[in-house]
Ligand binder design. Structure first.
Ligand SMILES: C[S@@+](CC[C@H](N)C(=O)[O-])C[C@H]1O[C@@H](n2cnc3c(N)ncnc32)[C@H](O)[C@@H]1O
Length: 282
């Protein structure tokens, strides 16, 4: 009886998710099922009701991470929730590029600009032992970032939070010329763009959209990177598919050479490609 109720709910939920336009309905449904029914506890009416509510939220296109309360990235589990950006697999291209092309260790310093909940920065720290400074302006994101640093790094010295606005370059005067690598996945979507509801409705606009055809925070990242990096230091910026030329010009203007944009097919998904530009400080 219980199993047939669950089977009925599963079939109904799957049909609803497909109907709502969710791009990966089976994977999302399995994750929501695991949240409610994986503990061996029988699916009583309360559990069924919360399961149905979560499915309804996903059908309303609430991001899966906000429903589950976590997202996995680089073999690490990050706490996330409403009001913060859910890290995307696309950003793994930055982590992998650093692993494959640079030799960082605990004497290296990396800045993660626009760090959000800290996924890129903490992943780099966990894979290279570099010291990482996560710079984030938003108060809600800072709360999650503190939790993730505490949970993953146990508040050790390897990863620190810098509550700052990357456009205020003078706030970083004391650490000028101290960084080996800067990474940034800033808000880069042009302001009038219509996005899937997961990003257009359920994410904070300040994490997604930026002025100047989406390039304002890309430019702020390049400007600050030029000031923070040691000579020959590396900058990696994630951005949109159509922004390659603009980002290349911005990096050139701000003193970078060997500029190269790459699309990483392995870390692209149905929601878009993984696009990153790399440059070396002259
Ligand atoms: C696209 S999200 C990326 C978050 C994170 N890097 C990731 O990949 O998961 C952009 C983040 O930049 C932050 N942000 C926006 N403007 C900023 C600024 N002026 N200074 C610092 N952080 C900023 C937002 O609050 C948001 O957390």
């Amino acid at each position: 009886m219980i199993n047939s109720q669950l089977e009925h709910d599963y079939a109904k939920a799957l049909a609803a998710l497909i109907n709502a336009g969710v791009w990966d309905p089976i994977e999302d449904l399995q994750a929501i099922m695991s949240k409610h029914f994986s503990s061996g506890v029988l699916p009583d009416s309360k559990r069924l009701a919360s399961f149905r509510q979560d499915v309804a939220d996903r059908c309303a296109r609430t991001p899966l991470g906000h429903i589950l309360g976590y997202v996995d990235f680089a073999d690490l589990r990050f706490v996330v929730g409403s009001g913060v950006f859910v890290p995307r697999v696309q950003s793994m291209a930055i982590v992998q590029w650093i692993e494959q092309n640079l030799s960082l260790d605990d004497r290296s310093t990396v800045y993660d600009l626009c760090a959000g909940v800290g996924a890129i920065g903490l992943a780099i720290w966990s894979r290279t032992s570099a010291k990482v400074v996560c710079v984030e302006i938003d108060a809600i994101a800072q709360i999650y970032l503190k939790r993730n640093i505490q949970r993953l790094n146990n508040d050790g010295p390897g990863v620190t939070l810098c509550e700052a606005d990357i456009t205020q370059i003078e706030a970083f005067e004391s650490v000028r010329g101290s960084a080996d690598v800067i990474v940034s996945n800033p808000p880069y979507v042009p302001q009038d763009t219509v996005l899937l509801p997961e990003w257009g409705v359920h994410h904070p606009a300040t994490a997604i959209f930026a002025p100047d055809e989406g390039t304002a925070l890309i430019e702020a990242s390049a400007r600050l990177a030029n000031s923070l990096l040691k000579p020959c230091g590396t900058l990696l910026i994630e951005h949109g598919e159509s922004q390659e030329q603009q980002v290349g010009s911005i990096l050139e203007v701000h003193g970078f050479s060997s500029i190269c944009t790459f699309v990483n097919e392995h870390f692209s998904d149905a929601t878009g490609p993984s696009v990153t530009t790399v440059g070396t400080k002259v």
